[in-house]
Design a protein around this ligand. Sequence first.
Ligand code: ZN
Length: 53
Amino acid sequence: MKGTRSFGKMGKRHTHIRCGRCGKPAFHVRQKICASCGFGKSAKLQCKTHPSE
Ligand SMILES: [Zn+2]
């Protein structure tokens, strides 16, 4: 095993894609929020994730 134990669960699915602002693969696909720069946190870009609520 070569390190990166904390990333063991990453890679199976596309949880993060490349961010349009910072360019890092830290943009969460479902949350629409970049974990690195916070891009997508603004209310305008937030879609209704839970329509029933
Ligand atoms: Zn970003």
